[in-house]
Design a protein around this ligand. Structure first.
Ligand code: S3P
Length: 167
């Protein structure tokens, strides 16, 4: 596939997509873009408000449209929201793309994102929800990924270097 992003980052909340994405953009001398930010800009409201006001299904439809737009327009580093891979249409858009999955185990997720997370999907019983969320999503991340980089024991700089090495 020609054109489109140089790297697409997927992975759970807290896996470092935005930090690593910014580092990769710097190293590649390319712009950074993030579909969550695109959605907030297009909708004029926060993602948590979209979840509360319109529900997750509507958010995933907005997200699929944002991913399609970014894949068509953006030639730098692109980070997707942690749940973008839940939508089969969004996964299909990623076929053939240079997708890196930043993986993270559940205990590290709890350490990094915390138990009282302000993120909409972790409001009740966060530890169990993390485990269920990771079990459901892991195969979907693996399905779209060209490379998998474990972030648990790596610094963001090391993760960025591993992504560049592997892609
Ligand atoms: C979500 C992750 C968030 C954001 C939304 C839903 C998810 O993105 O898209 O809150 O379902 O995991 P980050 O992974 O950038 O935090």
């Amino acid at each position: 596939m020609t054109g489109g992003p140089l790297v697409v980052l997927v992975g759970p909340m807290g896996s470092g997509k935005s930090t690593v994405g910014a580092l990769l953009a710097e190293r590649l001398g390319a712009p950074y873009r993030d579909t969550d930010a695109d959605i907030v800009a297009a909708e004029g409201r926060e993602i948590s408000d979209i979840f509360v006001e319109d529900g997750e299904e509507r958010f995933r439809a907005l997200e699929k449209a944002a991913v399609a737009r970014a894949l068509a327009e953006h030639e730098g580093v692109l980070a997707l929201g942690g749940g973008a891979i839940l939508d089969a249409g969004t996964r299909a858009l990623l076929a053939g793309r240079p997708v890196a999955y930043l993986s993270m185990d559940v205990e590290e997720a709890v350490r990094r994102v915390g138990l009282g997370a302000a993120r909409p999907l972790l409001a009740v019983n966060p530890r169990r929800q993390w485990r269920e969320l990771m079990d459901a999503r892991r195969p979907l991340y693996e399905e779209v990924a060209r490379v998998v980089v474990a972030t648990d024991t790596r610094t963001p700089e090391e993760v960025a270097a591993a992504v560049l090495d592997a892609l």
